[in-house]
Design a protein around this ligand. Structure first.
Ligand code: DX5
Ligand code: ZN
Length: 228
Protein backbone atom coordinates (compact mmCIF):
# COMPACT_ATOMS: atom_id res chain seq x y z
CA UNK A 1 0.00 0.00 0.00
CA UNK A 2 1.66 3.23 -1.18
CA UNK A 3 0.86 6.39 0.72
CA UNK A 4 -0.71 9.31 -1.09
CA UNK A 5 -2.98 12.17 -0.15
CA UNK A 6 -5.23 12.18 -3.20
CA UNK A 7 -8.98 11.86 -2.59
CA UNK A 8 -10.02 8.23 -2.13
CA UNK A 9 -13.65 7.10 -2.12
CA UNK A 10 -14.27 4.15 0.17
CA UNK A 11 -17.80 2.76 -0.18
CA UNK A 12 -19.07 1.12 3.01
CA UNK A 13 -20.56 -2.29 2.30
CA UNK A 14 -22.86 -1.69 5.28
CA UNK A 15 -25.23 -0.34 2.60
CA UNK A 16 -24.73 -3.31 0.24
CA UNK A 17 -27.02 -6.32 -0.22
CA UNK A 18 -26.04 -8.53 2.74
CA UNK A 19 -26.93 -11.67 0.78
CA UNK A 20 -24.56 -10.74 -2.05
CA UNK A 21 -21.32 -9.24 -0.74
CA UNK A 22 -19.02 -10.78 -3.35
CA UNK A 23 -20.80 -9.27 -6.34
CA UNK A 24 -21.42 -5.98 -4.55
CA UNK A 25 -17.69 -5.58 -3.83
CA UNK A 26 -16.82 -6.42 -7.45
CA UNK A 27 -19.42 -3.93 -8.67
CA UNK A 28 -18.19 -0.96 -6.59
CA UNK A 29 -14.57 -1.64 -7.54
CA UNK A 30 -15.43 -1.90 -11.22
CA UNK A 31 -17.28 1.40 -10.84
CA UNK A 32 -14.33 3.29 -9.38
CA UNK A 33 -14.12 2.65 -5.62
CA UNK A 34 -10.56 3.24 -4.35
CA UNK A 35 -10.93 1.31 -1.10
CA UNK A 36 -13.59 -1.04 0.32
CA UNK A 37 -14.77 -0.06 3.82
CA UNK A 38 -15.94 -2.93 6.03
CA UNK A 39 -17.91 -2.02 9.18
CA UNK A 40 -17.58 -4.54 12.00
CA UNK A 41 -20.11 -4.01 14.83
CA UNK A 42 -20.49 -6.06 17.98
CA UNK A 43 -23.85 -5.05 19.49
CA UNK A 44 -21.93 -3.87 22.56
CA UNK A 45 -19.62 -0.98 21.64
CA UNK A 46 -22.34 0.11 19.21
CA UNK A 47 -26.04 -0.80 19.27
CA UNK A 48 -25.91 -2.83 16.05
CA UNK A 49 -24.36 -6.10 14.91
CA UNK A 50 -22.86 -6.91 11.51
CA UNK A 51 -20.23 -9.58 10.89
CA UNK A 52 -17.01 -11.00 12.26
CA UNK A 53 -13.64 -12.27 11.03
CA UNK A 54 -15.01 -15.30 9.14
CA UNK A 55 -17.21 -13.11 6.95
CA UNK A 56 -14.41 -10.58 6.45
CA UNK A 57 -12.11 -13.41 5.33
CA UNK A 58 -14.76 -14.47 2.80
CA UNK A 59 -14.85 -10.90 1.40
CA UNK A 60 -11.08 -10.81 0.91
CA UNK A 61 -10.76 -12.61 -2.44
CA UNK A 62 -13.27 -10.17 -3.96
CA UNK A 63 -11.34 -7.08 -2.85
CA UNK A 64 -8.66 -6.09 -5.36
CA UNK A 65 -8.06 -2.61 -3.92
CA UNK A 66 -7.64 -1.96 -0.20
CA UNK A 67 -9.70 -3.70 2.47
CA UNK A 68 -10.30 -1.07 5.14
CA UNK A 69 -11.76 -2.73 8.24
CA UNK A 70 -13.43 -0.45 10.80
CA UNK A 71 -13.85 -2.19 14.14
CA UNK A 72 -16.71 -0.89 16.24
CA UNK A 73 -16.09 -3.50 18.90
CA UNK A 74 -14.89 -3.63 22.48
CA UNK A 75 -12.61 -5.21 23.53
CA UNK A 76 -10.37 -5.23 20.45
CA UNK A 77 -7.02 -6.83 21.23
CA UNK A 78 -7.99 -10.49 21.28
CA UNK A 79 -9.41 -10.21 17.74
CA UNK A 80 -6.48 -8.48 16.03
CA UNK A 81 -4.83 -11.68 14.80
CA UNK A 82 -8.14 -12.94 13.39
CA UNK A 83 -8.51 -9.79 11.26
CA UNK A 84 -4.89 -10.06 10.12
CA UNK A 85 -5.64 -13.63 9.08
CA UNK A 86 -8.83 -12.41 7.36
CA UNK A 87 -6.64 -10.20 5.18
CA UNK A 88 -7.39 -6.66 6.40
CA UNK A 89 -5.03 -4.07 4.89
CA UNK A 90 -6.05 -1.34 7.32
CA UNK A 91 -7.46 -2.20 10.75
CA UNK A 92 -9.04 0.67 12.66
CA UNK A 93 -9.95 0.57 16.35
CA UNK A 94 -11.86 3.19 18.31
CA UNK A 95 -9.97 5.22 20.87
CA UNK A 96 -13.06 4.94 23.09
CA UNK A 97 -13.08 1.12 22.93
CA UNK A 98 -10.66 0.51 25.75
CA UNK A 99 -8.00 1.93 28.06
CA UNK A 100 -4.96 0.84 26.05
CA UNK A 101 -5.22 2.21 22.50
CA UNK A 102 -1.43 2.63 22.38
CA UNK A 103 -0.96 -1.11 22.88
CA UNK A 104 -3.75 -1.87 20.38
CA UNK A 105 -2.11 0.20 17.62
CA UNK A 106 1.26 -1.45 18.27
CA UNK A 107 -0.38 -4.87 18.06
CA UNK A 108 -2.14 -4.02 14.79
CA UNK A 109 1.14 -2.96 13.17
CA UNK A 110 2.86 -5.93 14.76
CA UNK A 111 0.37 -8.20 12.99
CA UNK A 112 1.37 -6.65 9.65
CA UNK A 113 -1.52 -4.26 9.02
CA UNK A 114 -1.83 -0.49 8.76
CA UNK A 115 -3.12 0.84 12.07
CA UNK A 116 -6.09 3.19 12.20
CA UNK A 117 -7.60 5.01 15.16
CA UNK A 118 -11.21 6.22 15.05
CA UNK A 119 -12.66 9.14 17.02
CA UNK A 120 -16.32 9.45 17.93
CA UNK A 121 -17.86 12.90 17.45
CA UNK A 122 -17.44 13.74 21.15
CA UNK A 123 -13.71 12.89 21.24
CA UNK A 124 -11.31 15.80 20.68
CA UNK A 125 -8.46 15.86 18.14
CA UNK A 126 -5.97 16.17 21.01
CA UNK A 127 -6.78 12.60 22.08
CA UNK A 128 -4.46 11.30 19.33
CA UNK A 129 -1.60 13.72 20.02
CA UNK A 130 0.62 11.01 21.50
CA UNK A 131 -0.39 8.36 18.96
CA UNK A 132 0.69 10.01 15.72
CA UNK A 133 3.86 7.92 15.35
CA UNK A 134 1.88 4.71 15.84
CA UNK A 135 -0.91 5.51 13.43
CA UNK A 136 -1.38 5.24 9.66
CA UNK A 137 -4.95 6.57 9.55
CA UNK A 138 -7.18 8.71 11.74
CA UNK A 139 -10.87 8.10 11.18
CA UNK A 140 -13.04 11.06 12.13
CA UNK A 141 -16.62 9.94 12.75
CA UNK A 142 -19.16 12.44 11.44
CA UNK A 143 -22.05 10.40 12.85
CA UNK A 144 -22.34 8.38 16.05
CA UNK A 145 -21.23 4.92 14.93
CA UNK A 146 -23.68 2.08 14.53
CA UNK A 147 -25.84 2.76 11.51
CA UNK A 148 -25.66 3.90 7.92
CA UNK A 149 -27.80 6.71 6.56
CA UNK A 150 -27.49 9.09 9.53
CA UNK A 151 -27.26 12.85 9.36
CA UNK A 152 -23.77 14.38 9.03
CA UNK A 153 -22.37 16.06 12.15
CA UNK A 154 -19.93 18.80 11.18
CA UNK A 155 -16.35 18.09 12.28
CA UNK A 156 -14.56 20.65 10.12
CA UNK A 157 -12.66 22.22 13.01
CA UNK A 158 -11.48 18.81 14.27
CA UNK A 159 -10.27 17.77 10.83
CA UNK A 160 -8.32 21.01 10.37
CA UNK A 161 -6.70 20.56 13.76
CA UNK A 162 -5.74 16.96 12.95
CA UNK A 163 -4.24 17.91 9.59
CA UNK A 164 -2.08 20.52 11.33
CA UNK A 165 -1.00 17.99 14.00
CA UNK A 166 -0.12 15.39 11.35
CA UNK A 167 2.12 17.76 9.39
CA UNK A 168 4.11 15.82 6.81
CA UNK A 169 3.69 12.42 8.47
CA UNK A 170 2.22 9.69 6.24
CA UNK A 171 -1.11 9.55 8.06
CA UNK A 172 -4.45 9.40 6.23
CA UNK A 173 -7.43 11.41 7.46
CA UNK A 174 -10.59 9.42 6.86
CA UNK A 175 -14.14 10.70 7.30
CA UNK A 176 -16.93 8.28 8.11
CA UNK A 177 -20.65 9.09 8.19
CA UNK A 178 -23.08 11.14 6.14
CA UNK A 179 -20.67 11.76 3.25
CA UNK A 180 -22.40 12.88 0.05
CA UNK A 181 -21.93 15.48 -2.68
CA UNK A 182 -22.75 18.27 -0.23
CA UNK A 183 -20.68 17.20 2.80
CA UNK A 184 -17.63 15.57 1.13
CA UNK A 185 -16.29 18.91 -0.16
CA UNK A 186 -16.32 20.39 3.37
CA UNK A 187 -14.16 17.56 4.62
CA UNK A 188 -11.82 17.53 1.62
CA UNK A 189 -11.31 21.26 2.03
CA UNK A 190 -10.49 20.73 5.72
CA UNK A 191 -7.80 18.19 4.79
CA UNK A 192 -9.37 14.73 4.62
CA UNK A 193 -8.22 12.28 1.93
CA UNK A 194 -10.31 9.11 2.50
CA UNK A 195 -14.07 9.58 2.27
CA UNK A 196 -16.25 6.69 3.41
CA UNK A 197 -19.73 6.67 1.89
CA UNK A 198 -22.37 4.01 2.36
CA UNK A 199 -25.87 5.14 1.48
CA UNK A 200 -24.69 7.85 -0.95
CA UNK A 201 -22.83 5.24 -3.06
CA UNK A 202 -25.34 2.38 -2.99
CA UNK A 203 -28.49 4.54 -3.25
CA UNK A 204 -30.54 3.79 -6.37
CA UNK A 205 -28.24 1.04 -7.70
CA UNK A 206 -27.82 -2.73 -7.50
CA UNK A 207 -25.50 -5.36 -8.95
CA UNK A 208 -27.83 -5.33 -11.95
CA UNK A 209 -27.52 -1.56 -12.35
CA UNK A 210 -23.94 -0.96 -11.16
CA UNK A 211 -23.58 2.14 -13.34
CA UNK A 212 -25.60 3.95 -10.68
CA UNK A 213 -22.84 3.18 -8.16
CA UNK A 214 -20.36 4.56 -10.68
CA UNK A 215 -22.30 7.77 -11.11
CA UNK A 216 -22.63 8.20 -7.34
CA UNK A 217 -18.90 7.62 -6.81
CA UNK A 218 -17.92 10.02 -9.60
CA UNK A 219 -20.22 12.74 -8.27
CA UNK A 220 -18.83 12.52 -4.72
CA UNK A 221 -15.25 12.47 -6.04
CA UNK A 222 -15.80 15.44 -8.33
CA UNK A 223 -17.39 17.44 -5.51
CA UNK A 224 -14.52 16.61 -3.13
CA UNK A 225 -11.74 17.20 -5.66
CA UNK A 226 -13.26 20.57 -6.50
CA UNK A 227 -12.77 21.56 -2.86
CA UNK A 228 -9.47 19.81 -1.96
C1 DX5 B 1 -21.30 3.99 10.73
C2 DX5 B 1 -20.32 3.32 9.81
C3 DX5 B 1 -20.21 3.97 8.48
C4 DX5 B 1 -21.49 3.96 7.70
C5 DX5 B 1 -21.53 5.12 6.79
O1 DX5 B 1 -21.21 3.44 11.99
O2 DX5 B 1 -19.03 3.31 10.38
O3 DX5 B 1 -19.14 3.44 7.72
O4 DX5 B 1 -21.68 2.80 6.96
O5 DX5 B 1 -22.78 5.14 6.16
P1 DX5 B 1 -23.38 6.44 5.51
O6 DX5 B 1 -22.42 6.87 4.44
O7 DX5 B 1 -24.69 5.99 5.00
O8 DX5 B 1 -23.46 7.48 6.61
ZN1 ZN C 1 -17.21 2.80 9.11
Amino acid sequence: MMFDRSIKIAPSILSADFANFGQEIQAIEAQGADWVHVDVMDGHFVPNLTFGPMAVKAFRPHVKTVMDVHLMISPVDQYIDAYADAGADVLTAHIEAGPHIHRTLQAIRGAGMKAGVALNPGTPAEAVEHLLELTDLICVMTVNPGFGGQKYIDMTAKVRKLRAMIGDRDVHVEIDGGMDVNTAPLMAEAGADVLVAGSAVFRGGSVDTPEVYGENIRNIRAAAEGAA
